[in-house]
Design a protein around this ligand. Structure first.
Ligand SMILES: NC(=O)c1ccc[n+]([C@@H]2O[C@H](COP(=O)([O-])OP(=O)(O)OC[C@H]3O[C@@H](n4cnc5c(N)ncnc54)[C@H](OP(=O)(O)O)[C@@H]3O)[C@@H](O)[C@H]2O)c1
Length: 305
């Protein structure tokens, strides 16, 4: 980067982590209602691997003519504001960039976003911690809104991937809404999952009233729901057909600044977990993606411009 340009991680012909490149673009300027954020830290989410692999191009949800921007989650500092914005320069914020089909993303020096959707950080919250939270915590909150409060009967809920970011947040929030929550995770994650205050299993069993599939196990997880129960998936592009009287839903997370602000407060207070697996510089973006793709990651991999 020099004074006039900004680095941005993109894929032109997506075919995996090795196809990621960093390009220089003019520093983006905020329009009316927008802010420019100087990115301090940006997490890599599973969806980013999917974009870099070309999976979402193949599914027909990305149509970028030249290159596709990478990165959803980020935290940083308001650096410039457009007309009509009341946020002040210097405010620390977190957000996720929404949507697949865009030539920019948060794995960059700067990002321009709608001011209405950025959440100021709670006092004392570290930017690198906040950088890994917005998408997962918003998705977990919207999953809870989707299933609602537990009914008097039929409250046995299994969340797959309970040691992951979405699953862990969701497990805690669902329990608060009256569900009897059991988390499915790897054997080595037992202590972490029990620490969330929910039951733990490392093998699948059938007969659950509700399965929330935060591990994206899809058909394998649908099989665990009792007849007439409920399944909620996390893969909107691969929605499962209904069977055995099971109601099938899928979460599609969308920016909700009120929800994000309230859940960031809960992360800052230590009520919701925010784990960081590794922090790498933006110049090592390919290695950072490869690290996530390799697996056995516990917590977010964060890139720092
Ligand atoms: N629809 C939406 O709007 C939306 C929004 C956000 C996320 N998502 C999706 O939600 C999913 C979870 O996201 P995330 O950020 O929470 O990912 P994450 O942090 O990587 O968590 C996924 C967890 O699932 C575990 N897992 C996978 N297969 C498992 C199995 N068979 N048994 C037990 N545990 C298993 C993983 O463990 P291992 O690492 O050991 O495999 C990991 O702990 C992803 O597919 C993501 O794309 C969807």
């Amino acid at each position: 980067m020099n004074d006039q340009t900004s680095r941005r991680a993109v894929v032109r012909d997506p075919s995996g982590s090795e196809s990621i490149e960093i390009i220089n673009v003019p520093i983006p300027q905020p329009g009316a209602g927008q802010v420019r954020i100087e990115v301090a830290a940006a997490a890599i989410n599973p969806v980013d691997l999917g974009v870099a692999s070309g999976r979402f191009h193949q599914l027909g949800v990305v149509h970028q003519p030249v290159h596709t921007g990478l990165g959803w989650d980020f935290a940083g500092t308001v650096e410039a504001v457009g007309d009509g914005v009341t946020l002040t320069v210097g405010t620390l914020i977190a957000k996720f960039v929404d949507g697949f089909d865009r030539d920019y993303g948060s794995h960059a020096d700067h990002v321009v976003v709608d001011a209405a959707h950025v959440a100021p950080l709670p006092d004392g919250m570290f930017l690198n911690v906040a950088a890994g939270v917005p998408l997962a915590v918003t998705t977990a909150g919207q999953l809870v809104k989707l299933i609602g409060a537990a009914p008097a009967a039929g409250r046995r809920l299994l969340v797959t991937g309970a040691a992951g970011a979405v699953g862990a947040h969701f497990a805690i929030l669902a329990k608060e809404h009256g569900w009897e929550v059991t988390g499915l995770a790897r054997a080595g994650d037992e202590e972490f999952v029990r620490g969330l205050g929910v039951e733990f299993v490392d093998e699948t069993t059938q007969g659950w009233d509700v399965v929330v599939d935060a591990a994206a196990m899809q058909a394998e997880a649908l099989r665990l729901v009792r007849d007439g129960g409920r399944f909620v998936g996390v893969q909107p592009a691969l929605r499962l057909p209904e069977e055995r009287g099971i109601t099938v839903d899928v979460v599609v997370s969308h920016p909700d600044v009120t929800l994000l602000s309230s859940l960031l407060e809960r992360v800052a207070a230590g009520h919701l977990p925010a784990r960081i697996h590794a922090t790498l510089p933006l110049t090592e973006i390919v290695s950072a993606y490869q690290l996530l793709a390799k697996g056995n990651v516990r917590g977010r991999i964060v890139v720092v411009p």
